[in-house]
Design a protein around this ligand. Structure first.
Ligand SMILES: Cc1cc2nc3c(=O)[nH]c(=O)nc-3n(C[C@H](O)[C@H](O)[C@H](O)COP(=O)(O)OP(=O)(O)OC[C@H]3O[C@@H](n4cnc5c(N)ncnc54)[C@H](O)[C@@H]3O)c2cc1C
Length: 284
């Protein structure tokens, strides 16, 4: 289908981009990689009067790694994450999750900010930012603010962003060198959105886990943190019995609806299996 008519602007500065969004009173949208927005235009799910292309804003393309955090600019593409060798040690969970995003053509264009703002409940990066307690920095006509990932996702394709706000960067807390982690995803075909996925990590002290973080996607209107599973893991030795208890806790913690792809009961069981497999891969 042809796209609906819209105006197009390609500002050179962030403040110009914000001013353009603000002047259109909710009728304008930022354009990043276009990999979700353009299909939405084609399907008439969105029909903004103005697209504000962010591609000239080079300050949004940085990946910074410090002792405190891994910071991804909003216009960093999936391919750039996968190609940055530093991230394989600075944030291996992020890299493994991004390997599951879509197909290479889409990974060449799709961006961090676009994925977070699009807020697909089955997308990988929203799951990672919730699991890792990331901070999301945004700028709008009222100035800058930081939103905790836990407060950012409000529903399928709904976020805490105001219409004039642009995500500038996403900050993931620094990763500790000997941390154990796992990421497991089940999709019908490689590159499809997840039917369910689990991301988790924990640290170890004298053979026991602590600081467990467990998140799942594809089973609710937004990514979920499974604190009940974290409670099973914290203080425990990660062995077959603990993993079985974690699997049961994960299954009990979610209540996915039926949809055209699977019944809720299937997805509920799938979440348990994803957590089980992620824990087994973390423990080896
Ligand atoms: C066939 C196909 C398969 C896919 N499979 C997957 C998958 O398995 N996993 C996955 O995670 N994704 C998948 N995607 C989506 C893909 O990863 C997109 O790239 C991503 O969701 C959106 O990023 P984008 O840069 O293309 O954003 P765009 O499409 O340009 O924008 C998406 C939305 O975000 C807003 N936006 C963009 N940037 C900003 C910003 N900085 N601040 C505020 N708002 C902003 C736009 O206004 C729009 O509402 C798939 C897409 C396709 C077409």
């Amino acid at each position: 289908m042809k796209l609906p008519p819209f105006e197009y602007a390609c500002p050179s500065t962030l403040s110009e981009a914000v001013a353009l969004l603000a002047s259109h009173h909710g009728e304008a949208k930022p354009l990043a990689g276009g990999q979700s927005l353009v299909p939405m235009l084609a399907f008439r799910v969105a029909s903004p009067s103005l697209l504000v292309d962010l591609r000239k804003l080079s300050e949004l393309r940085q990946i910074r790694i410090t002792d405190d955090s891994v910071t991804l600019g909003a216009m960093v593409r999936w391919r750039e994450i996968l190609d940055d060798a530093r991230l394989r040690t600075a944030h291996p969970l992020l890299v493994v999750a991004v390997e599951h995003v879509a197909h290479y053509q889409i990974r060449n264009r799709g961006t961090v900010g676009g994925s977070i703002a699009h807020a697909d409940p089955a997308a990988e990066l929203p799951g990672i930012v919730v699991t890792c307690e990331a901070k999301i920095d945004v700028v709008g006509k009222a100035g800058t603010r930081t939103i905790d990932a836990a407060d950012f996702f409000r529903g399928p394709l709904i976020t805490a962003l105001e219409p004039d706000e642009i995500i500038t960067e996403v900050r993931l807390p620094a990763w500790s060198a000997r941390r154990r982690f796992g990421f497991q995803e089940f999709a019908r075909r490689r590159g499809d959105f997840a039917m369910a996925a689990a991301a988790l990590f924990y640290d170890e002290n004298n053979g026991n886990a602590y600081n467990a973080h467990v998140g799942v996607t594809g089973v609710a209107d937004w990514p979920l943190r499974l604190t009940a599973v974290e409670g099973v893991l914290d203080g425990a030795t990660i062995n077959e019995a603990t993993i079985a208890r974690a699997e049961a806790a994960a299954t009990a913690a979610v209540d996915p609806p039926d949809d055209i792809h699977a019944s809720g009961a299937y997805r509920k069981a799938l979440v348990g299996v994803m957590v089980e497999r992620a824990l087994k891969s973390a423990a080896v």
